[in-house]
Design a protein around this ligand. Structure first.
Ligand SMILES: [Mg+2]
Length: 368
């Protein structure tokens, strides 16, 4: 691909922590605030590329900021080519290992590069990458958490209805309660309150052993779940494959796959029916495109994990595009939220990813 000629002038790293409108309780953790690292990639030509990456834990935000500052210093004066910038960073961090927070920072830089290039070309990222899709199907992934020891089913049904209100036809419920009967009761409560044509995804966040996953999955087989996500450890491909073979309900996995090579291994081991990649773990836009090609070759439907603002563009160029995961966390500091109607997210039409910071909000939520 021939890119517009840009040269990196510098990188600015900032961190914010924004309150979540609905605290996220999964089998793994409970979050009430979302820490983000913000990247501004400046060029000599005056174009700025932006990216935001979710830090998961407060303690990770300053670590990632420091890594980004170090990476930023390495690439001053370097022509803005995503592959070249990735190589410079990966070489620098090679002995430490370009994994974990380092990998996420390199991915964030990659996203900022593609944002700058498509802005320079005056095209939305999706079109810059050759896509013509205008909307992608999206489910509301906010809420339906494991935050109560569910005697409170009235509240879960009320929340399900609220989550459909912005124009969604699909939701995701978190599972993995101590007692499987409580999961079953919660699923039935939500399923019976939402319209029959609405879809209900589910997510165990790696809570189960293979044996438990098969037993619990069989107990949910008649409940019409659209998928069961990460029932077992994300790197237990053999175990996940066993669960996938045993259950009729499709198994979804992939948000914890670090790079396209991991996806290739998971595909080779038939570890899942559906895959969902995380923009920052899969390797930014560049990694996503490689993953999309692998999913296409294996004919596996591919969804996104977090980052709806950028993933909307990328699903627009994914041959086996499936579902956009919608979360509203970044809306606290981004000027133009993703628009949803009739169950679809609109691919933004402005240049680049369409992500601009609301500077007042960034100042308000700054944790620097
Ligand atoms: Mg998940």
């Amino acid at each position: 691909m021939k890119h517009p000629q840009l040269t990196v002038r510098g990188v600015r790293a900032r961190t914010v922590s924004v309150p979540m409108r609905r605290p996220l309780g999964t089998s793994a953790t409970m979050m009430t605030a979302a820490p983000f690292l913000l990247v501004d990639l400046y060029t000599e030509e005056g174009i700025t590329g932006r990216a935001h990456t979710f830090c998961y834990l407060d303690i990770a935000a300053p670590m990632m900021r420091r890594v980004l500052e170090a990476a930023g210093e390495l690439i001053v004066g370097v022509p803005l080519d995503p592959e070249r910038i990735r190589r410079v960073c990966q070489d620098h961090f090679a002995l430490l290992g370009a994994h974990g927070v380092v990998a996420m920072v390199i991915s964030a830089l990659d996203v900022a590069c593609w944002d700058a290039l498509s802005r320079a070309a005056k095209l939305p990222l999706a079109r810059y990458l050759g896509g013509a899709t205008e909307t992608v199907p999206s489910y509301n992934s906010n809420g339906l958490s494991l935050r109560r020891s569910d005697g409170d089913l009235g509240q879960i049904t009320e929340e399900a209805n609220e989550l459909l209100e912005p124009g969604f036809n699909a939701l995701k419920i978190r599972l993995g309660r101590e007692n499987p009967r409580e999961d079953l009761t919660a699923v039935r409560a939500v399923r019976s309150t939402i319209p029959s044509e609405s879809l209900l995804m589910s997510d165990y966040n790696q809570a189960l052993s293979v044996e438990e996953a098969i037993e619990r999955g069989r107990g949910l087989e008649e409940e019409g779940l659209y998928w069961i996500e990460e029932p077992v450890a994300h790197d237990d491909f053999a175990g996940s494959s066993e669960v996938t073979q045993a259950l009729g309900t499709p198994i979804q996995a992939g948000e914890n796959f670090w790079g396209p090579n991991v996806l290739a291994t998971a595909i080779a081991m038939t570890a899942m029916d559906y895959v969902m990649v995380d923009l920052m773990r899969i390797g930014g836009v560049s990694g996503w495109l490689r993953a999309a090609a692998l999913a296409d070759k294996a004919r596996i439907p591919m969804s996104s994990h977090l980052y709806p603002e950028v993933s909307t563009h990328l699903l627009g160029v994914t041959p086996t595009a499936h579902w956009l995961e919608y979360v509203d966390w970044a809306e606290a500091f981004i000027t133009a939220p993703i628009l949803i109607s009739h169950g679809n997210a609109k691919v933004p039409e402005g240049p680049g990813t369409g992500v601009f910071w609301d500077e007042d909000a960034v100042a308000h939520y700054a944790t620097d």
